[in-house]
Ligand binder design. Structure first.
Ligand SMILES: *Cc1c(COP(=O)(O)O)cnc(C)c1O
Length: 416
């Protein structure tokens, strides 16, 4: 059962009426279900129970401190891709010793800070990065755990912008070069190769690309063991998809983890996973109000108060998100393009949607919990939307709506 259900024809988040939330906090705003995040986390935790494992939530999917804090309390580790994300994990009370640091272009200052704070493992994406980390660890005289992010060259069958495991992508190192690189790491006095990782893309709806990459990664683990390099963990990345439209049938966390079983047979190695979207994606909606209805000879538009700056996925990936009125009526529906106020034709939330709405109606854009608020910007000098975390009957404001003072605080008019 979803946490976002109609009761007496009114959409609720858990036990909270969204109409009331919109009146209290204004629109646009993001609303998350705490129970859904917990349920999604626990599904992975339960599925992984038979092995020694760690879930490293991918912070970039939704990095609000309250969400990170919730996951930290559940025992989650974290996958970060910048020092800013490490700062968030620390402020949210996360355990730095359960943090893995991914990302293709880590700066030297980021590496230093991560070493000082004691992140558990650097997920290395290139020989250049390895060389840099080697120099920094020797200079600081500290030890670093490393894992090599291998690129298994598998097609994830997903949107090209979120496919990351093909040879032509910028991520990871060619898996065929990995053996040599691990041997180089063995020669370094201040680095230990503790793991191997991969992440082949996002929003995967099919298990077969995972299967193929697991085969390649575990084959490498064996190859390394045969030359005396015994890894402590294998990190399988994130990427499990969620249902955005009715004909999406993502595998469950249990099904995803099940394909691991044959690879883990008789092995003594820890498993890490880095889910993002599948933890928070279906736990959030974006609430928006219809400002105007504009009907033309060719098209009808629902002009709403949320825009591409608030929620970029439709514009960036042509992503489909269900859009429903928060009040069900018996009125007949009209087909609308749901568009925002930003001065771009690419500013839309959904196209050709049958909706029974009028000026002032509230709409929910579904499955907006991942890569929603985190991708928002101030384009058109629009204030970033508040975020609300619902817990049963309670609604907690977890991010206030930005103010113009905050928005312009760092801008300077030179004295001439
Ligand atoms: C983005 C990312 C993830 C999370 O991906 P999801 O599809 O949200 O699960 C995990 N690991 C790495 C290295 C990533 O870049």
């Amino acid at each position: 059962m979803s946490a976002f259900e109609y009761r007496n024809k009114k959409l609720h988040a858990e036990n909270v009426n969204l109409q009331e939330l919109a009146e209290t906090y204004g629109t646009p705003c993001y609303v998350y279900s705490k129970a859904t995040i917990e349920k999604n986390y626990r599904a992975f935790e339960d599925a992984l129970r038979k092995w020694s494992s760690r879930i490293c939530y991918a912070v970039k999917a939704n990095s609000n401190l309250a969400i990170l804090n919730l996951l930290a309390k559940l025992g989650s580790g974290f996958d970060i891709v910048s020092i800013g994300e490490l700062e968030r994990v620390i402020r949210a009370g996360g355990d730095v010793s359960k943090v893995v640091f991914s990302g293709v272009a880590k700066r030297s200052d980021e590496i230093r800070r991560a070493l000082i704070m004691g992140v558990d493992c650097f997920n290395i994406e290139s020989i250049a990065e390895l060389t840099r980390l080697d120099a920094i660890t020797r200079e600081m005289d500290v030890q670093a755990n490393v894992s090599l992010r291998v690129n298994p060259d598998v097609d994830a069958n997903t949107h090209p912008y979120i496919a990351t495991g093909l040879k032509e992508n910028k991520f990871g190192v060619d898996i065929n070069l990995a053996l040599d690189i691990y041997q180089q790491i063995e020669q370094c006095s201040h680095m230990q190769a503790v793991g191997v990782d991969c992440h082949i893309g996002s929003q995967l709806l099919d298990l077969s690309p995972f299967q193929t990459s697991f085969e390649k990664v575990f084959a490498l683990v064996d190859q390394l063991a045969s030359i005396g390099i015994v890894l402590q963990h294998v990190d399988l990345g994130g990427g499990l998809g969620i249902r955005y439209q009715n004909d999406d049938h993502p595998p469950s966390a249990a099904q995803y983890v099940e394909i691991l079983a044959p690879f883990m047979e008789g092995r003594n190695i820890q498993v890490f996973i880095e889910p993002g979207r599948s933890i928070v994606g279906d736990a959030g909606i974006l609430l928006t109000r219809v400002e105007h209805i504009k009907e033309t000879r060719d098209k009808n538009f629902a002009l709403v108060d949320a825009a591409m700056n608030d929620f970029m996925r439709p514009s960036l990936y042509s992503a489909w998100h269900d859009i429903t009125p928060i009040e069900q009526t018996a009125n007949s529906s009209t087909t609308y393009d749901v568009v925002g106020p930003v001065c771009e034709t690419g500013d839309f939330l959904g196209k050709q949607r049958p909706l029974a709405i009028q000026e002032g109606s509230l709409l929910a854009v579904h499955a907006a919990g991942a890569y929603g608020s985190v991708m928002s910007s101030n384009y058109n000098t629009r204030l970033r939307a508040p975020e609300i975390l619902v817990d049963g009957e309670e609604a907690h404001l977890i991010r206030m709506r930005e103010t113009f003072d905050q928005l312009m605080a760092n801008e300077i008019i030179p004295e001439s």
